[in-house]
Design a protein around this ligand. Structure first.
Ligand code: SAH
Ligand code: SF4
Length: 415
């Protein structure tokens, strides 16, 4: 069985080609027959993308405009992958977290983050393009209505401007960033294309998702081929139909993969900068020992952004580690000449780590330093703290993480 969600539209058309031959061939050359068959296969692939991704149909038999033979072939050869939520929690701020169990009893998580308008910059960006919600079973015409169980008036109203799906790309992560709970767990395995796409597919059945960020578990560029293919499917206008601006890949800085990404697919880029100089960054992000800040910034400068687009730099603020005004000054220097915006994330404390979150006052000072120098810098309020929505945390408690010594100790303490 092949999973439907692992196929791009053109791959599906290829699979359908042998059964898309035309009956009446009289007078046609073999080349003409081939061209007609290919056209038919492409048409069928498009029909199937519409049925599955836009109309949400999961039963081949209900796809009434397909021939009986085709439906039978689909039943025998292609399965629509589904993810079942093992756990589904909503925080007071509306953040909705899902823990999915995969076929092999591993677990991953996705989060829906409703966002109200955060700044004038967001507004300007939203106005630049059509504010459309991509088509989907629960999305059509429903902007502003969140079909999940809202716990806040704000969420029920039209105040939110975005409903972002934060999705995972791996079970665990190999990058071992010191502050990150997923990093402490180590890598278990890569996710398949269908497992990445289906997170969005399932969330879209629940709510009119407008944006996707690869900021859940895992380093997306370490699972490069699967992530690129998943993006192509997410961007397919006959499929989930997201625009390139609304799909963001966040990376800890795998430089050659950033370069390759720019050549392969047109999506937005976020860099987890998290430090202002090499020594500091190498201490908390081992990936920096392989690709230092100079090479990372060079890759950012060369990333094909297109007009009006910027790279997001995420900066987790760790008390007394990277939160001084000297750090802010160095960040300012690093970003010179790169169309950028900075997302300051006060560290979300967790029992597996000794790092501390800086005071709100210090966070604001750091922001002010950048804003005073005309750098767009927003503070990301840690959404969903009451349900441990930071990277990796839900799974660590309920999941089946392989776990390192440190992580196991921590789990033992919790028991
Ligand atoms: N691996 C990718 C994407 C997943 S991590 C990456 O590193 O970019 C998503 C974001 O969560 C990263 O910017 C990371 O720095 C941040 N993060 C990880 N642990 C955190 C914590 N405990 N508190 C706040 N942010 C955290
Ligand atoms: Fe992996 Fe990102 Fe966590 Fe680093 S911050 S360990 S790259 S998930």
């Amino acid at each position: 069985m092949i999973y439907f969600q692992s196929l791009t539209q053109s791959e599906l058309a290829q699979l359908l080609l042998p059964l898309s031959g035309i009956q009446k061939t009289g007078g046609l050359t073999p080349e003409e027959i081939q061209v007609k068959s290919e056209k038919r296969a492409r048409y069928r692939a498009k029909q199937l993308f519409h049925w599955v991704y836009q109309r949400g149909q999961t039963d081949w038999d209900q796809m009434t405009d397909l021939s009986k033979d085709l439906r039978q072939w689909l039943k025998e050869n292609i399965a629509i992958f589904r993810l079942t939520p093992q756990l589904n929690q909503q925080a007071l701020d509306g953040t909705h977290k899902f823990l999915w169990s995969l076929g092999d009893s591993k677990t991953i998580e996705s989060v829906i983050i409703p966002a109200a308008l955060q700044s004038a910059v967001d507004l300007a960006e939203d106005l630049e393009e059509e504010k459309k919600v991509p088509a989907g079973p629960h999305a059509v015409g429903s902007r502003g209505i969140y079909s999940g169980k809202a716990t806040q008036d704000d969420l029920k109203s039209t105040n939110w401007k975005r409903l972002t799906a934060c999705i995972s790309s791996q079970v665990g992560c190999a990058m071992a960033c010191k502050f990150c709970l997923t990093g402490i767990q180590g890598l278990d395995r890569h996710l398949g294309v269908h497992e990445i796409v289906t997170q969005v597919y399932e969330l879209r059945r629940l709510a009119p998702i407008t944006n996707i960020v690869f900021m859940g578990m895992g380093e997306p560029l370490h699972n490069f081929e699967n992530v690129v293919k998943a993006c192509l499917i997410l961007l397919d206008q006959d499929g989930l139909g997201f625009s390139k601006r609304k799909v963001t890949i966040s990376t800890s800085g795998l430089v050659p993969a950033i370069e390759e990404l720019g050549r392969r697919v047109d999506v937005s880029l976020a860099i987890s900068l998290n430090a202002s100089h090499d020594e500091q960054r190498s201490k908390i992000m081992p990936v920096n020992r392989k690709w230092n800040l100079e090479s990372l910034m060079k890759a950012c400068r060369e990333y094909p952004l297109g007009s009006h687009r910027r790279i997001t730099f995420e900066y987790v603020l760790l008390k007394d580690i990277n939160d001084s005004l000297e750090d802010a000054a160095r960040v300012y220097d690093l970003l010179r000449g790169i169309p950028s915006k900075v997302n300051l994330i006060p560290f979300n404390e967790h029992p597996g780590s000794d790092f501390k979150r800086p005071s709100d006052e210090n966070v604001q000072k750091f922001q002010k330093y950048l804003v005073d120098r005309k750098v767009t810098a927003t503070i990301r309020i840690s959404k969903g703290r009451d349900i441990l929505a930071a990277c990796g945390q839900l799974r660590s408690i309920f999941g089946t993480a392989r776990g390192t010594e440190k992580h196991r100790d921590w789990q033992a303490q919790q028991a």
